[in-house]
Design a protein. Structure first.
Length: 398
């Protein structure tokens, strides 16, 4: 190992103890088993299960939002949100390249094209200044339609992401989007429990989308949710997610092309148990982050990413941002962490570099490019917090 790599590995080990430690694991108890078995015994394990309604009601209360639609994935929730906001083939959606592939994939599912905007250092989310510059380059017609003069495509919406649970500058971004007549979608897949000035991430934009995949802070195994304060949007999304079937006791009448995107009851049953434990999960996450912060406070090779002012992160993934002077060692550091049984990861490959989006329009992405070379996600599972009381003093051998 290089001295830099050894220092980082040692600090992680001092925080959570010896290996192995996965990047993120679900925390499942006998309560999840109890509700899942109850769902099976009821025979209502599909989308008509009462557990689906219970999950939606519990999540609505947790987030403080009146309308929640449980879906079979966070990606399907994103696609529904885009369709509800009028995104159609040939349109463009302003989004970021520093994100999981689902963000851009959902846009492509609608036949639209992602238009990449740069991010900013403080939150890793979309940069308000970069969005302002992108919007200023567009042509506004007399009817208010926004057009990209280079491609001729209509710009239909803005999709922002709360990366690793840290909320982006949502208020500034929403104000900019609104000044050009655009509605904003929050990809809050990683941000359940995160807040901005006391408001839940995913409830601030026109529509928010969450994920309950197996690697998230609360899981249904596979699943997601669409959240909105707009009852009309909620009604449209629910209709589309249910194969666009008109309500009737026996007739099958489908009013348009719809999707089979509802969450099954068996998944929802697990989710109901997980949501009841969410406060404990958030406390465990914060304790782990504070321990990492202590361990890395004097590290000259990188800085642990923290919360932006006015926000509360769920710390889904703890993130070390390497000093630029050692960014060339990223793969070496990741290899050494893995060799030590520590499941660290880099950030996803920039979406703008993927072959399927290579020709997508974009602005200056210099900050996203820089961060993609320096981000290391550290082991962050809820269960790791149990190791903190027995760990070594993180400064003992410094």
């Amino acid at each position: 190992m290089t001295k830099e790599s050894q220092d980082i590995v040692t600090r992680v080990q001092r925080t959570i103890g010896e290996s192995p430690a996965a990047l993120h694991e679900p925390d499942l108890s006998e309560y999840e088993v109890e509700l899942a078995v109850d769902c099976i015994r009821s025979s209502f394990i599909s989308t008509v299960s009462p557990y689906v309604n219970r999950f939606e009601a519990t999540l609505a209360a947790t987030l403080g939002s009146p309308n929640v639609l449980a879906t079979n994935s966070g990606t399907s929730a994103l696609q529904l949100a885009l369709l509800v906001l009028g995104v159609r083939p040939g349109d463009e959606v302003l989004c970021t390249a520093l994100s999981f592939a689902a963000s851009a994939n959902a846009i492509a599912y609608c036949g639209a094209t992602p238009h990449f905007v740069d991010v900013e250092d403080e939150t890793f989310g979309m940069c308000p200044d970069a969005l302002k510059a992108s919007l200023a380059s567009m042509h506004v017609s007399q009817d208010g339609t926004l057009t990209n003069p280079t491609t001729g495509a209509t710009v239909r919406a803005v999709l922002v992401v709360h990366i690793f649970g840290q909320p982006c500058q949502i208020d500034a971004l929403q104000a900019l989007a609104g000044s050009y007549g655009l509605l904003l979608i929050e990809d809050a897949a990683e941000a359940l429990g995160s807040q901005v000035d006391g408001r839940s991430a995913g409830t601030i934009g026109a529509i928010g989308c969450l994920s309950f995949n197996g690697n998230k802070i609360a899981t249904t195994g596979a699943g997601g949710a669409l959240v909105t304060n707009n009852s009309s949007f909620a009604e449209q999304a629910r209709h589309l997610a249910s194969l666009a079937k008109a309500p009737h006791l026996w007739h099958y009448r489908h009013t348009e092309v719809g999707f089979n995107y509802r969450m099954p009851g068996l998944n929802a049953a697990v989710g109901c148990a997980q949501l009841e434990r969410l406060d404990a999960f958030l406390a465990q996450k914060r304790a782990l982050h504070l321990a990492y912060s202590e361990s890395f406070q004097d590290c000259e090779y990188g800085k642990l990413h923290g919360e932006a002012s006015g926000t509360s992160s769920n710390f889904w993934l703890n993130t070390l941002v390497l000093d630029g002077s050692i960014s060339a060692q990223l793969d070496t550091i990741l290899q050494d962490l893995h060799n030590s049984g520590l499941g660290a990861r880099p950030v996803w490959q920039l979406l703008s570099n993927l072959p399927q989006f290579a020709r997508a329009p974009r602005g200056d992405l210099s900050t996203a490019v820089d961060l993609s070379r320096r981000i290391v996600n550290l082991p962050s599972g809820m269960g790791l917090s149990a190791r903190l009381s027995t760990r070594n003093d993180p400064l003992a051998d410094s």
